[in-house]
Design a protein around this ligand. Structure first.
Ligand code: F6P
Length: 551
């Protein structure tokens, strides 16, 4: 499709057909869709790897899905997908390939960037990580004073934090429980303070994770961590080598910081920060769960990569999930998307997805540099479901907004729970199934009346239902299943960016704030004049200085 036509996405026949179809469907009711097709519950489902996907509770018909697939074909989603897998530079604003899929490619795969096969490098780093992780886990790697490492503190932010921190939580029951693993991201000194205050520096390894190794928050925290360590050990610079390793693409900056590049685990500019936790950025995770589990996780990623690459449009799960998001965002004016896991271990999963999705698709400029005039990425939010039920589910059930949601749950509790605690799994999952049922089918006024509810309360106790959800169900939360889930969302985000014609792999929107913070800081510390500072910010800075006794 040529660029001009492409930029007028909402004037293409495929888009117009969807808009017309939406009008014709009107207020289609899930109750009616199920009544008309008793096979819908079992029929509107797909399987990818261990993930069973139920999309029956969506406001769609076969015709909706067909039209959405036509939009995907017209926007050449699969063409862009193939270009990504081939290593073409589809991140055009940064002139980079997008190859997180190469991070989980098998050893014998050949994926070229600028004529060079990147797969041997990927496996060389994985092997180096595995060797190091085993040395730490076995006690062979010791600190400066000869003590065994018992604590690992990952310092990084954004993609250099959220992924490994999330995965560490998810796979906690697979971790070495004798190791303390913590994640520090915030430049607020309280974060590092709380992470280190009860640790013995002689037993602590800092993993400095930064793709660029220039991110102010990370370098500031790493510098403070080094001061803390040297102060606690009463040692000189020579102690750094046993207590600091770096995960980065920037060897120059790593050695400038004082970390021996022999202790650096490399990755590449074709790995986006938010797509990086299965690269060297996962080192702290690998130390925690061990190399074998880490590789199982990579296998899970690969399984979904292969599915995305080869499954036909009708059964391609990332394509389906991406298109459902387009349906609600562009044809129902939904502004947000909730991800609601029914697993305590997935407590950081939605926070991780926020960066993955919102930093990727939160854009109003298209690939051609022109402003788009259609909605792009949604606000992604959510927390573990049962907690949400007692907080914000009221709004999902009876509020005025349409909030499509993903429900993620597991048939089995984690193995290490006691029998008593395992017994809590059925009540947990009863909530899981009950909620999507209530959201979809609600409760009619007549059903409420039949319960003898006084007439003045009938409206209050009525649930309109028709709230769309996807249910993702797997037997057990394993490393492989985590990899499958993450790859599923990565590719879903990809599909949406492709349809909307935006570059999902840059993040220019985070730059302005960084530049302004640098300019404002001298005003806070020294009262320096900041040229061009607006009146509101000036007054706020003055108030800050007054409150800190600096005025
Ligand atoms: O790994 P780095 O280079 O420190 O960057 C951290 C994060 O900062 C960002 O660039 C946003 O500011 C993210 O995309 C990235 O994950």
């Amino acid at each position: 499709m040529n660029a001009d036509v492409r930029n007028r996405l909402n004037q293409t026949p495929e888009w117009t057909a969807l808009a017309k179809h939406r009008e014709e469907l009107g207020e289609v009711r899930l109750r009616d869709l199920f009544a008309a097709d008793p096979g819908r519950g079992a029929g509107y489902t797909l399987q990818v790897g261990d993930l069973y996907i139920d999309y029956s509770k969506h406001l769609v018909t076969d015709e909706t899905l067909r039209l959405l697939r036509e939009l995907a074909a017209a926007t050449d989603v699969f063409g862009l997908r193939d270009a990504m897998f081939r290593g073409e530079k589809i991140n055009t604003t940064e002139n980079r390939a997008v190859l997180h899929t190469a991070l989980r490619a098998p050893r014998d795969a050949v994926i070229e960037v600028d004529g060079e096969n990147v797969v041997p490098g990927v496996h060389a780093v994985l092997d180096k990580m595995a060797e190091f992780a085993e040395r730490v886990r076995s006690g062979a790697w010791t600190g400066h004073t000869g003590k065994r490492i018992k604590n690992v503190v990952n310092i990084g932010i954004g993609g250099s934090d959220l992924g490994p921190a999330m995965a560490y939580e998810v796979l906690r029951s697979y971790t070495d429980r004798d190791l303390t693993v913590r994640f520090v991201s915030n430049v607020d000194g309280a974060d590092l303070h709380e992470a280190t205050r009860d640790l013995d520096a002689a037993e602590t390894l800092f993993v400095i994770a930064s793709k660029t190794f220039t991110t102010i928050e990370t370098i500031t925290n790493a510098t403070s961590a080094r001061e803390w360590l040297l102060g606690e050990l009463k040692a000189g610079q020579e102690a750094v080598a046993r207590h600091f390793v770096a995960l980065s693409t920037n060897a120059g900056k790593v050695s400038e910081f004082g970390i021996d590049t022999a202790n650096m685990f490399e990755f590449w500019d074709w790995v986006g920060g938010r797509y990086s936790y299965d690269s060297a950025i996962g080192l702290a995770l690998m130390i925690a769960i061990g190399p074998d589990r880490f590789r199982e996780m990579l296998d899970g990623f690969r399984l979904v990569d292969e599915h995305f690459r080869s499954a036909p449009a009708e059964s391609n799960v990332p394509l389906l999930l991406g298109l459902l998001g387009v349906w609600y965002g562009n044809f129902h004016d939904a502004q947000s998307h909730a991800v609601l896991p029914y697993s305590h271990y997935l407590s950081k999963f939605t926070a991780y997805l926020q960066q993955l999705d919102m930093e990727s698709n939160g854009k109003y400029v298209g690939r051609d540099g022109r402003e788009v005039d259609w909605q792009t990425g949604p606000v992604v939010w959510g927390t573990p479901g049962t907690n949400g039920q007692h907080a914000y589910y009221q709004l999902i059930h009876q509020g005025t907004k349409l909030i499509p949601a993903d429900f993620i749950g597991f048939a089995e509790p984690v193995t290490e729970l006691s029998e008593g605690l395992k017994a809590q799994h059925d009540p947990l999952m009863a909530n899981f199934f009950a909620q999507t049922q209530a959201l979809a089918f609600g409760k009619t006024p007549d059903e409420v009346r039949a319960e003898g509810v006084p007439e003045e309360l009938v409206a209050h106790k009525t649930f309109k239902g028709n709230h769309p959800t996807t249910t993702i169900l797997a037997r057990e939360l394993t490393p492989s299943v985590l990899g499958q889930l993450v790859a599923l969302y990565e590719h879903k985000v990809f599909v949406q960016g492709a349809v909307w014609n935006i570059d999902s792999f840059d993040q220019w929107g985070v730059e302005l704030g960084k530049v302004l913070a640098k300019r404002v800081e001298p005003a806070l510390t020294e009262g320096a004049e900041v040229p061009g500072l607006d009146e509101s910010s000036k007054a706020l800075v003055a108030k800050y200085r007054e409150l800190r006794g600096r005025a």
